[in-house]
Write a protein that binds this ligand. Sequence first.
Ligand code: PMP
Length: 388
Amino acid sequence: MPDPLDWIDDELTALDAQHLRRGLVTREGPQDAVVTVGQSHNLINFGSNDYLGLAADRRLNDAAAIVAQNEGWGAGASPLVAGRSLSHEQLERRLAEFKGAEAGLVFSSGFAANVGTVAALVERGDAIFSDANNHASLIDGCRLSRAEVHIYRHADVDHLAELLSATGRYRRRLIVTDALFSMDGDLAPLPQIAALAAQHGAMLMVDEAHATGVFGQRGRGVSEHLGVEDAIHVHMGTLSKALGSTGGFVVGQQKLIDWLTNRARAYVFSTALSSPVAAATIAAIELVQSESQRRWQLLDRAGELRERLSAQGWNIGRSCAQIIPIYLGDAEQTMDLAQTLRGCGLFVPGIRPPSVPTGKSLLRISLTWLHTPAMLDTLLQALAAERH
Ligand code: PMP
């Protein structure tokens, strides 16, 4: 009797042949500027989204430990039943204050926040306008919603305007975009997108996963940086990147949060985050506010690194952030360079399909505040050797 799962062997063999098979990577010890992954010890780590270096900060641990004593570890139920504790309530209030919004809602991950929110805002008979490079969680939310999805070319506001003009007949319309794109490190043209949303009476949802805590005077994100916060109806972010924690959130008007509380299935039917996680995240928000030098130093160093990489002749595209791609195109060549860098003591992940389209593989350099100038010099020296 053949094993009904035999087809998986064939599929995995096909992935191997295309150099697209992924393997799990295990890190020893905390997330840090230097890490041990797999058999490779003490690699300078350019593969973490812990942009402000808070993931292993003692103050987050301490906050979590106190709440673990008072509220326990597991939430034990979904938030609408008995899973939501005082720490969750406090975190939602702090997130809303931090982002200058009326109310907030915390999901178990950023992925859940996107899938749950998009599918709660639109349904069959409605239309979504989605940037071609949006994150997988937004794409899955679009699919799940059953609304008609119109994909506009990446950051192309003329194309978005064209699509909006051609689709007047829909009941509700939702424009959705990443604020800072997770692979390309470029920013969405939010002022122009917001103007189009206003002109067409569309809802605008912005995913600030990679920009929260990094961009803007107060660390609120790209919408603050570009001065368009008030024009955005649905502000989404994660707790898992610059906030060094885990979970996702949406902030906005109270009625939006009331609606999501009732209709976002990824919220309603999923166990609440652990209370200690909520407590650690509150501590992280306080650090984002009190240690603003971390984001300025990070962005300054990123600017300098981008200039030096360009000077070496690497194609870094339109990156203007702490995420810096080196576009190589071919998946095999990308993984070879990642391996060579690993041999030089550097962990720089190669990104290939399905995370990026075929032929668009890249090395993704992710900077954190913990990187020292000497670490960046080491990276540049290793890359310079590859240009000769
Ligand atoms: N949105 C974007 C743009 C992301 O890059 C990610 C995670 N890589 C998510 C959402 C999902 O967030 P989380 O990791 O907290 O589930």
